[in-house]
Write a protein that binds this ligand. Sequence first.
Ligand code: UVW
Length: 338
Amino acid sequence: MRWKNRPDHSNWGDFGPDDQIGRLNLLTDDCRLAAVAEVKEGRVFCLSLPLDLPGGNLLVPERRPPVRGVEARVQPHHFVNFPMELENPNWDDVSCDDYVTLYTQYSTQWDALSHVGRHFDADGDGKAEAVYYNGYRAGTDIVGLEADGGPAALNLGIEKMAETCVQGRGVLIDLHPDFGSERKLVTLADIERIMEKDDVVVEPGDMLCFHTGYGQALIDMGGNPDPEILHNAFAVLDGRDERLLSFIEDSGISVLICDNFAVEGFPYADRPGETHYHGLPIHQRCLVDLGIHLGEMWYLTPLARYLGENQRSRFLLTAPPLRLPGSFGSPATPVATV
Ligand code: UVW
C-alpha cells in the first residue's frame, strides 16, 4: 500500500491501489453510447485555441509560445520544399518536415494528475510529504532533473489519460450570458441558478464544461494580450465555496473543463492570520483528491452559442491529450459533435 492515511474527501484506492486515471473510470462504454445519442446533426466544433495563443508569456512567465524549426536534410538544403531528387534523381516529389518545442500548459490543455500535488502525511509518520493522486510520491513517481529519465511523471503521466481515449458526453454550462466579461468568482448558487434557467442536468461520467468567454477574448486579442483582461476579466470558479467543491465530488463528473486560465480564481486573496491553506483548492479537490483531470483555456464560444440557440447543453466530446509518456500535461484539440 502506497499510503496509510488518505485525505478527507479523497477517493484514493476506490478504483484500485494502483489506479492512475481517477474519475475517468466513470466514463464507461454506456456513457459513450449515451454521448453518441446526443449527436443530432453531425456538426462539429473545434474546441482548441490556435496553440500559439494567448501570445507572449504574461500569464505564467515560464510558459512560452511554441518554438518551431526545421532540420537540414541534405546540406545545405533544409527540410522545406525539399527536392527529393537530391536523394533519388528519379523522384519528382518535394517535401516539408518540422519540429516543435511545446510548453504543455501554454494554451488549450489538459492537466495530468501529476500536475499538482500537496504536502500531506500519507504514510502516517507524523510528517507531511509531497504526494499526488492515489498517494503517488514526489521523488519516486514524479521525478525532477536529478533522476534518470527526469523530469517525468513515472506514474500519473498524461499518457495514462490518452490511453482511455477521453470520449464521452460533454455538458456545457454557459456562464457568459450572466457575467459577461466581469471577473466574477462563481459559486455553486450561481451555477445552480443557471442550470435551472437553462435546464442543464449533470450525471455521473459527464465531462462538465464551463463557458466564460475568456477563450474568445484570447482570440480577439490576436496574440497581443491585454494584461488587464488576462488577469482580471471573465468568470472563474470559486474554489473557496465548499458547496461547489462538494458538488464536484458528489456529481460524479469525470473531468472538469473551462475556457479560462485555471478553471478557478487563481491567485486567491490571502487568508489573513492563516497559514497552510490550498493555493488552488479546485485543483486540490480534483487532481489530488478525486483524480479529476482539468481542461483549461479551451475554446468553447461557438459551441456555447450553438447550444444556446438550440436549447441544448449536451454533445459528444472527443478530447484525448497527446500520448506523451511522462508529461505533466498536454495540449489538446478537442472536438464536439452535436
Ligand atoms: C496553475 O499552475 C496556476 O494551474 P494551471 O496550469 O492548471 O492553470
